[in-house]
Structures are given as C-alpha cells and as structure tokens.
Design a protein around this ligand. Structure first.
Ligand code: MCN
Length: 839
C-alpha cells in the first residue's frame, strides 16, 4: 500500500474517446450468439405456457371447455379468465390524458368478453412448449359473436343509440379529449381569428392526412420467464422497461417490491413495442406464483404481430393559415386517435406528446391542438419509434409543401421564411416548450450542397418538360423533435404517472477498472460502448477498462429505462455527474497521499497532480488506496464510488434537414428511391459509428411507413397483415446508401451538449419520402397520396387525376416490380442514373 502512496505514476495513455468510432462492445456476444435471450433461459423444473386467443374481434364468451386440453400429455393445468378473475387485476394505464378519461378494465385474461382478435381467453401450462401449444388447440371456446367497430371515424361517431360500441357497457367509444390553445396558454394568439383573417386576404390550407397503423415488428419476439422459487420472484423478460415493470407488477398484484427482481437480458429490439407491461408478463407472473414453479412464455411471430401493441393509427385534420407571402399565421390540428380496444400503458399520452411538435421548427404565432382518443375492436396501440412526433412532423412537413405550392415558391424557401433563426435560440415555441439550440440555416445549406439540390431540380424540370414516363420528385423535411423524455415536472404537468430522471453509479474497482451502473436499459442501442467512451474520457481510464451494467433491477436498482431517445441525454448525463463526484471524492485522498492542499490538486486525463510540481497519482492509485483505507484523511469514507440522479430542466431538440429524390413511373405507379441526404444536429456525437447505425435504422423505419408498411384488418376484425408475407417489413435489398452527416450545435440541457438520435431518422424521413412522391406527380394534378405509397395507390392517384401514359424515356427500360415482394418498382436505367445502383 505504501508504494501506492508515494508512487508518481503516469496514467495510461488514453486517446480521447468521445467522438471516436468504436466498434460496439456488445456486438461480439450478440453476433456470435454468446448471449442469453430470454427464450434461451432454462431453469430446473420449468414449465411452459401457451395462450388460447380469440379469433373474433368482439364476442361474448359463453362457455370454455378445457377438459380435453387438461387431459393432453404433460399438461399441468389450464386456466381461464374466470379462474384468475380475483388475482389478475387490470393492466395499468399510467397516462390518463383527461380526468374523465374512459378507461375500460383490462384483465390479462378475458373473463366473459373479448374485444379484439388475439385477446387471451385461456392459458395452458405444460412440460414443453410444443405440448402447451398442442393442448391449447384442444381448448374449446364457445363465442357469441358481437358487432365489432373497426373504423376509427365510425367509432368516433358512434353513441349509445347509433353505431357500434367497442365496449357496450361504457356507452361511448370516446376515451379522452386533450386540448391545447396558445391563446389560453399565453404562448400565442387565437388560431380561429388567424384562420378567419387568412380566409379574407391570405391563404388557408385544409388537409386530412392518415397515419396508418404500424406494427413495431422487433426482431426478437417477446418472451418472459418467471422463477418464484428463490428468496425473490425473478422475472427475465424481453422488455425496454425493467424498472417500470417491476414497480407496476408490485403495484397491481400487491406483491412487495422488494420481493421482485426484473431482468431484461439482451433484448432483440423494441422500437417502442416493448415499452409496455403485457398481459403475458402478468399471466406468467401470476401463474408461476400460483404453481410455485418457474414458467416460460415465448410468443410466436404471428402472436407478436397480432397481439403486441401497434403504433400510429390517426386521422389528422389540419388547417394552416398564412399571409399571401407564405408567412404562417396559425395552425389548427384535430386528431382522431385509434387506441384499439384498451387504453394501454401510455395510451393517449403518445399522441399528446405529438401536440408539442406540430409547429416543428417554425415560428407560428397561433396554435390549437385537439386530440380525441377512441376505442375500437382492434389491437391496442401505444408507442412506436418517435411516438407522436413522427405523426406531427409528417403533418407539418406535408403542409409546408402545400403552402409552398400555393405561394409558388420552392419548399425550402417557404420553410426558411418561417423557421426560427439561429440567433433566436433559445426559443420559446408556440406550444410552450423552450428549444435549446439549433442552426436550421447551416444544416439546410449543407444538405442542399451534398444532395445536389439545384441539379436535381433542373433534372426534374427537364423530365417534366419532356413528359418523361419516369418523373422525378424531390422531398423536403426540416424536422425537429423533443427528445430525452424527462423533465419530471413537465411530465407531471401532463399527468404522466412517473418521473423522467435517470440514475447512475460509477464505481472505481480496486484494480483501477471501472464499473458503471445505469438505469437506462439498452435493447440494441449500444449503450455499453457509448457510455464506456464517456466514462473513459471523464476519468482518464482506458475504454476497455470500463464495464457498463444495466437492465437488472437488482444491480442497477434505480432507473426509468429506455425510450424517447433519453438514454444518452438523461442517463449519460447522470453517468457524467456520478463520475465527476468520484473525481471530487478522490481529490482529498490524493491531496492527503501527496501531502498537498486539496486546493492545489488538479485532475487531468486520469492523473491527480499537485499544481506547479511533477508530483501526482493516477486514478488507479487512488482507487486502491480508497479500497485499502489504510491511510485516508479523516472523515473520508473508504472506497471510491458515487451515485447521481439527473433530471433535466427541459427536453433537448435534435433537428435536421432531410432531402429525398424519388423516381415515379407514371404508367405503373412504381416508386424508386434515387437519393437520400440528411444533415442532423444531435449536438455532441459520442460514437459516430453508433449514431450512423441509429440514423440508418431510423430512416429505414420511416421510409417503410411512407412506402410499405400497414397493418390491415378485414371487415370482421381479423388482422390480414398478420405475417411478414403481408406486413411488408423492408430488407436491406429495399434500401439505398444514405448520405448521412451532421451539423452540431451543443444542447444546453446537459453538460455533454448532446441530443438524442434514436428516433430522429424515423421522425424525419416519412414526410421527406411522401413529399418526394407527391412532388414527382404534382404536375399531374395530385396533392396527396395516402401512405403507404404502394404502386397501386400511386397508379390510382395518377389515373384518377387523368394523368399517366407518357412516352417511355429514351434509354430507360420499362419499369418492373420486384416479383418476390411486389413492393417497389425497380428501374433498369441506362442513362447514367447510378445513384441508386447500390441498393
Ligand atoms: N448517441 C451518440 N451520440 C449522440 C446521441 C446518441 O453516440 N449525440 C448514441 C447513444 O449513446 C446510444 C445511441 O446513440 O448508444 C442511441 O441513443 P439515444 O438517442 O439516447 O436513444 P436511446 O438509447 O434512449 O434509445 C431509444 C431510442 C428509441 S426511443 C427507439 S424507439 C429505438 C432507438 O433508440 N429503438 C431501437 N434505436 C433502436 N436501436 C435498436 N437497435 N433497437 C431498437 O429497438
């Protein structure tokens, strides 16, 4: 020990980590399969569950005969909703959007009525998964089918006397109404006055846009294992929210929180779809406790598509008022939101988040937002990547294009006329938020140059003038989003049931290695790598010497998990603060050991030095001395570790300019992406490689909404797009090389200056693509094509407008569709358009 006291060691050579491409630490185990997904977990004596699900969207359960299933080989028990009626409770909604919100009780197993196709009516427990599934087929359920309400507008219009109710006992399909008015809030003027003024001598644009229903479709289906046999009840589950789930399991079932441990092992994607507490988790928990045995449930892909929550599903009615020169004077938004048959965990809170983003990057003087949530007999909806913000961004970015057409200027010009200028930050928006930083001018200029905007516009004109069969469209999306879902006060003011802070511990181990505990719960985002980079720089230790632990409520005992692109800006900042406390704690120890005054101790790159001398000690020396505690100053506790909890005062606001070029075949309606450029501002970039991956993945998800994906129900309420044959999830073959770069302005809400990136690509890209498709055919008299812009929809739009049928371009072969998917036209071109060749 004494040698550590007197040693003057150089800290290890440590390169600066933040801003550096680092391959993800976690990928080695993920890619080689040396990890444990929940479904890989096997415990002694473990039994397996299979669910019996309703084929009907709405029906009364008149009888359930479980005898044949019970008699099947190795079946342990079969349980119906009646059997667990007293103990199963109701799944929680933690974000009631109105005091009088209508919230149907949501039993994990339906008791006497089913309200969507896929709802669980009975549960089989057997020795193997196959035996459980076989026996589930033998459960004989008698249903009396009831009329189902599937159409969102019909559901909203129904009342006790006319139309069909999803839950007849509630007397209405309307669940909650949430409104915001800038005049009432004091953040702006009166929107109705702005609209009536514009009707007199300005421009009024009225549109109705549809946000189709989407399915998160994460790679790993949901899986849950519960072991009730130890001191605690341990649940391993494929979730984004182990801490929230633990709290809600305790709150709903009355089990002591101290008795529950929730572990999210490696999780194969979530995209908001695992931001949920599920019936399956509650059932597995309840039955494991009842039977006193470990239980496992893993859903099939079909169950996942049918019964895991869906996203989006809105009608948006929009009125934009502007002066003749294109200066916007007001925006009014009316939303109808399909909740499905229950109000899920966040329920109407998802579209309410969007309320703050319809004004985008613009200085609107008046704004009103009305959101009506509605119950139907379909799968419940909740968060899906972007959660409310992609819907809002889509609406405003589509509207700004329409305004540009009306005024007769370029879409970028109309945006520039209305956007917040760089020198106006921080900026208080009309929806009541303070935007931290941004530079829309710089991002747009960079994107324009990289995209070749002017050249592509010139090509577009040439093709139009020539009446080419293949027309070119250019789509613009200058988005912003509120990320880093946190400020607990703001969330509280919106009646969200939790806070938004995040917690971290940083522990110097005696060997000089560092252990970091974070309450964020990664499920594909690469936190172990990025957070190691932050800590390595902060403490001046090697990247390899930092270990990040997460996703286990026993290890990282405090936290609020991962969603809303919050992990870095909230969780990363908590780590920074805990690391800084470690440094502060180490300083008196260093001073004591170096026989210097604390005021003379300087910390730099992992070394505590005495100002004006060459005396110093490395962080590892202090860690060992703090661990041994042989010679600590009076009053200093042994060991070198610290905790921090961070709750920012505001969101952070990433933004970016996304430009997309689409080719549209006016004869077949086939669309083909030619080029996609985005310049995003996410503040300080921790790991460019991870960030690029996030942007690429996000873009593909947003493009997929624009072009391919849609959850479709038939008239009886059966999910038609219930497999990957019908639900058109893109593959790498459907993508092109995206031109991704950054223009950073530091966020002021955290010391790292970072803004989140996990949802940016998804939020920005959908309107960029649809704007491009519409732009390609606008000269034919088309101003909207409903998403997804399938070849059929594009073709119909062209033909309904009386267009199409132009001569084939010289040198361009006839377009055709990829016959394996039928999703997208491909163009075999010979005129040098090689941008899209590497798709
Ligand atoms: N990052 C960075 N520099 C920045 C911003 C972020 O290096 N300026 C890094 C972060 O350190 C982190 C990653 O990028 O490793 C994403 O960070 P962040 O934006 O904080 O988002 P979260 O980690 O909170 O992840 C949530 C976000 C959301 S809301 C969805 S939905 C989503 C997404 O992340 N789901 C995903 N990305 C996903 N990626 C994968 N692979 N799988 C999902 O389910």
């Amino acid at each position: 020990m004494n040698s550590a006291v007197t040693a003057v060691q150089d800290p290890p050579e440590v390169a600066k980590e933040v801003g550096r491409d680092r391959r993800r630490k976690e990928d080695q185990r993920l890619i080689t399969g040396r990890t444990r997904w929940t479904d890989n977990i096997t415990l002694p004596g473990m039994l397996h569950l299979a669910m019996v699900r309703s084929p009907f969207a709405h029906a009364r359960i008149t009888a359930i005969d479980v005898e044949a299933a019970k008699a099947a080989p190795n079946v342990v028990t079969v349980v119906t909703g009646r059997d667990v009626a007293d103990e199963q409770g109701s799944l929680p909604n933690v974000w009631p959007i109105a005091p009088d919100q209508v919230t149907p009780a949501h039993p994990p197993v339906a008791v006497d009525r089913v309200t969507f196709a896929g709802e669980i009516v009975a549960v089989v427990v057997a020795r193997t998964p196959a035996e459980a599934r076989d026996a589930a087929e033998l459960v004989d359920v008698d249903y009396e089918e009831l009329p189902a309400v599937l159409d969102l507008k019909e559901a909203a219009a129904a009342d006790g006397e006319h139309g069909v109710l999803a839950h007849p006992d509630l007397g209405t399909n309307k669940s909650g109404l949430w409104t915001f008015d800038s005049a009432e809030a004091g953040t702006g003027g009166n929107v109705d006055e702005a609209i009536s003024r514009a009707r007199g001598d300005g421009i009024v644009i009225e549109r109705e846009y549809r946000q189709q229903r989407l399915i998160p479709a994460f790679m790993e289906p949901r899986s849950t294992v519960v072991d009730p046999t130890g001191e605690q009840i341990t649940m391993w589950t494929s979730t984004q929210i182990p801490h929230i789930l633990k709290f809600l399991l305790a709150a709903v079932t009355g089990t002591s929180e101290a008795k529950i441990r929730v572990i999210a092992p490696d999780v194969g994607g979530g995209f908001g779809g695992k931001l949920q507490v599920t019936p399956e988790e509650f059932i597995t928990f309840a039955l494991a406790n009842r039977l006193g045995k470990p239980l496992k449930y893993t859903e099939t892909r079909s169950e996942s598509l049918m019964a895991a929550h869906h996203g989006r599903d809105q009608w948006q009615t929009l009125t934009l008022a502007a002066e003749r020169d294109g200066t916007v004077t007001g925006l009014k938004v009316e939303l109808l939101v399909d909740l499905g048959s229950y109000v899920s965990l966040l329920g109407g809170g998802v579209p309410v988040l969007g309320a703050f983003m319809f004004n985008g990057i613009y200085k609107f003087p008046a704004y009103q937002f009305n959101c009506q949530t509605v119950l139907t007999n379909k799968t419940w909806t909740d968060a899906y990547r972007g959660a409310g913000r992609p819907e809002a961004t889509y609406a405003i970015e589509r509207l700004m294009d329409e305004l540009a057409v009306e005024v007769g200027v370029d879409p970028l010009e109309i945006r520039e006329k209305n956007w917040i200028r760089h020198e106006e930050f921080p900026f208080s928006s009309v929806s009541g938020l303070e935007y931290d930083s941004g530079n829309y001018e710089a991002a747009t200029a960079k994107a324009k140059a990289s995209f070749g905007y002017d050249e592509l516009r010139a090509e577009q004109r040439r093709r139009r003038d020539a009446g080419d069969r293949i027309q070119l469209g250019i789509g613009v999306s200058t988005f912003t989003e509120m990320c880093g879902l946190a400020p607990s006060r703001v969330l509280g003011s919106l009646d969200y049931g939790a806070g938004g802070w995040e917690h971290a511990s940083v522990r110097m181990l005696p060997t000089g290695k560092v252990q970091v505990l974070t309450g964020a719960s990664a499920h594909g985002q690469g936190h172990e790598t990025a957070f190691s980079q932050i800590v390595a720089d902060r403490l001046g230790v090697a990247f390899e010497d930092v270990e990040v632990l997460h996703g286990d409520t026993q290890i990282s005992h405090k936290g609020l998990d991962t969603y809303g692109s919050r992990s870095l800006v909230v969780g990363g900042e908590a780590i920074v603060r805990a690391a800084d406390k470690v440094i502060e704690k180490a300083k008196p120890i260093a001073a004591h050991l170096l026989e210097a005054s604390v005021d003379d101790i300087e910390f730099d790159a992992g070394r505590f030095g005495v100002r004006g001398t060459d005396q110093g000690l490395a962080m590892a020396d202090i860690a060992l001395a703090a661990f041994a505690a042989h010679n600590l100053p009076d009053g200093v506790e042994p060991s070198l570790d610290s905790d921090a909890t961070f709750d920012p005062v505001s969101f952070s606001f990433p933004h970016g300019t996304h430009l997309c070029a689409m080719e549209v075949d006016t004869e077949t309606g086939g669309v083909l992406m030619r080029k996609y450029t985005c310049v995003d501002d996410i503040g300080t970039v921790i790991n460019p490689m991870i960030v690029d991956g996030q942007v690429h993945g996000g873009l593909v998800q947003g493009i997929a909404q624009a072009l391919w994906e849609e959850a479709v129900y038939d008239d009886s309420g059966t999910l038609v797009s219930g497999s990957f044959v019908d639900y058109l999830l893109p593959t790498s073959a459907d993508t092109i090389n995206y031109d991704v770069s950054h223009n950073s302005t530091a966020s002021t809400t955290n010391t790292l200056g970072t803004k989140g990136v996990g949802e940016a690509g998804t939020i920005a890209s959908t309107p960029a693509v649809v704007n491009a498709v519409v732009d390609a055919v606008r000269h034919l008299g088309i101003d909207d094509i409903r998403m997804p812009c399938t070849p059929e929809r594009v073709w119909r739009a062209i033909h309904d407008a009386g267009g199409g049928g132009q001569e084939e371009t010289e040198g361009a072969a006839a377009p055709h569709f990829d016959e394996s998917t039928g999703m997208q036209g491909t163009v075999d071109r010979t005129d040098g358009a090689d941008e899209g060749a590497d798709r």
